[in-house]
Write a protein that binds this ligand. Structure first.
Ligand code: ZN
Ligand code: ZN
Length: 84
């Protein structure tokens, strides 16, 4: 399943709103590109493909949501983190 399909559901954001995140498929950081989602309420950006200091960590949302990641994908998310 691609990231686009994975984030079609409502998620509970860190701003405490339950929202449909905006999907931004290609955004640049200093070390590469990312697939990110943005909260329409607080406008916080979360990196979906790997951890990056330029964006919020998607697993910050894991406290209030079942995120669509397998254990292996979660490990890879942190392993592939920027900067590299
Ligand atoms: Zn928010
Ligand atoms: Zn990055």
């Amino acid at each position: 399943m691609d990231f686009n399909q994975r984030f079609q559901n409502r998620l509970h954001c860190i701003c405490d709103e339950s929202v449909f995140f905006e999907i931004i498929e290609d955004i640049e950081c200093d070390w590469g590109n990312h697939f990110v989602i943005q909260c329409p309420k607080c406008e916080e950006l979360f990196s979906v493909d790997c951890e990056c200091p330029a964006f919020g960590n998607i697993f910050n949302l894991s406290k209030n949501n079942d995120l669509p990641y397998s254990e292996k994908e979660k490990i890879d998310y942190f392993k592939n983190s920027h900067p590299k």
